[in-house]
Design a protein around this ligand. Structure first.
Ligand SMILES: *Cc1c(COP(=O)(O)O)cnc(C)c1O
Length: 385
């Protein structure tokens, strides 16, 4: 995926840095247009996956909406030119200030995660003399078959309202005069590669929807959240996730009434594959049972391996020598600062460049200045090629 000309450019730049392939992002968005938007689905980009300005502009130009999980994300989305009526706002712990931010802009939907949040939102909306558009986030108790730290749709997780609270919700709803209940919202987890949990989600929603209808509540929209996974093992074989298959599953399994909108909030599947973290080998150290390739990027630039035991593909860009086994590790004083253990790579030496692949989602945005490390530079395909 990295041509020699590009690698030569990389050699002139200070490492580590993030490199984004904007053509891949555009092709991914075209694919979403074809298989999702053209089929009538409404797609929001989950901005927490990557709030990079250039990426946001491309995503905005493709006509997507935004899914936010904080007040500052709402502000960032507005700054980037998204319209308030395209903004959904989720989060289990919205502060009063964050709620006021959403009210100020009259956003598309507050996705409320508890009954208490509904009454607080009602009060704040009433104070502001506004009616807030609301979707209730329901926790459908579905195993997403992903890492436990990115599972969100089980009743043991902190997210959403469990369906046993629905009778109580129906009881208090008429008193919440400053709320407009518009929809129901779900988000069962992230990096979901097996489609079965999504099929189960459709089944649960079909049942829950009816409960609302029986109460005489017409839902203008169903929001299914995000979570669609990407291929971290073989990014070049599957640079664009199979959106056709993904959206077809919903058109086959989800009951939707006439005029009811269906929304998705995709993060990782939109930006994951277009980002790479480029890093230089600082030292190669022979251990007792393994060789350590110590690179200049660490968990401060990409925390996913340390946080979720995530495995990113490591491609060597500047060596094609015979292969050896390496642990690829960062410079940070934490043993979890390890990108890969025991992988076979072309023989490395000091100064070689590596690309840590599929780093466009939850990469740059999760970087920190632990060890007083500075934020790294970002480059884009259209300025290097
Ligand atoms: C994180 C998040 C998403 C996006 O998840 P991906 O796995 O990146 O698609 C969507 N909706 C909500 C509410 C989220 O918190």
């Amino acid at each position: 995926m990295m041509n020699p000309e590009l690698v030569n450019k990389f050699r002139t730049l200070q490492t580590p840095f993030y490199y984004y392939d904007l053509d891949l992002l555009r092709n991914t968005l075209d694919n979403i247009q074809k298989h999702g938007i053209d089929k009538g689905y409404h797609i929001h980009f989950a901005v927490k996956a990557n709030f990079n300005h250039r990426l946001l502009q491309i995503i905005r130009d493709a006509g997507l909406g935004i899914d936010c999980v904080s007040g500052p994300e709402i502000e960032r989305a507005i700054e980037a030119g998204f319209k308030p009526e395209q903004i959904a706002f989720a989060g289990v712990g919205k502060t009063d200030d964050e709620i006021r931010t959403g009210l100020k802009y009259n956003i598309f939907s507050f996705n409320c995660e508890s009954l208490q949040e509904l009454s607080v939102l009602n009060e704040l909306a009433s104070e502001a003399g506004k009616k807030a558009n609301v979707a209730v986030r329901l926790n459908p108790n579905i195993k997403a078959k992903t890492h436990k730290y990115i599972t969100t749709g089980l009743t043991e997780n902190k997210f959403g309202i469990t369906p046993d609270k629905l009778p109580e919700l129906f009881k208090i709803l008429p008193e919440l005069k400053s709320l407009n209940l518009k929809g129901i919202h779900f988000h069962i987890g992230s990096q979901i590669r097996d489609m079965e949990p999504f099929r189960q989600l459709c089944e649960k929603i079909n049942i829950i929807r009816e409960q609302f209808e029986q109460e005489g509540i017409e839902l203008e929209h169903l929001n299914l959240g995000g979570g669609f996974g990407i291929n971290y093992d073989h990014p070049d074989k599957e640079p664009i996730p199979d959106f056709k298959h993904f959206f077809e599953l919903f058109s086959q399994n989800l009951d939707v009434s006439k005029n009811q909108q269906v929304h998705f909030e995709l993060g990782r599947s939109i930006v994951g594959q277009c980002g790479n973290l480029i890093s230089k080998v600082l030292f190669v150290k022979k251990g007792i049972s393994t060789n350590f390739a110590i690179i200049d990027a660490g968990m401060t630039e990409l925390i996913r391996p340390a946080l979720y035991q995530a495995k990113h593909r490591v491609d060597v860009l500047t060596s094609s020598k015979s292969k050896k086994y390496y642990d690829v590790v960062g410079p940070i004083c934490e043993t979890s600062d390890t990108f890969r253990k025991d992988i076979e790579l072309p023989e490395l030496q000091r100064g070689d460049l590596v690309a840590i692949r599929s780093a466009g989602a939850y990469g740059e945005v999760m970087s920190s200045n632990f060890n007083l490390r500075e934020k790294v530079n970002t480059y884009y395909s259209d300025e290097l090629l």
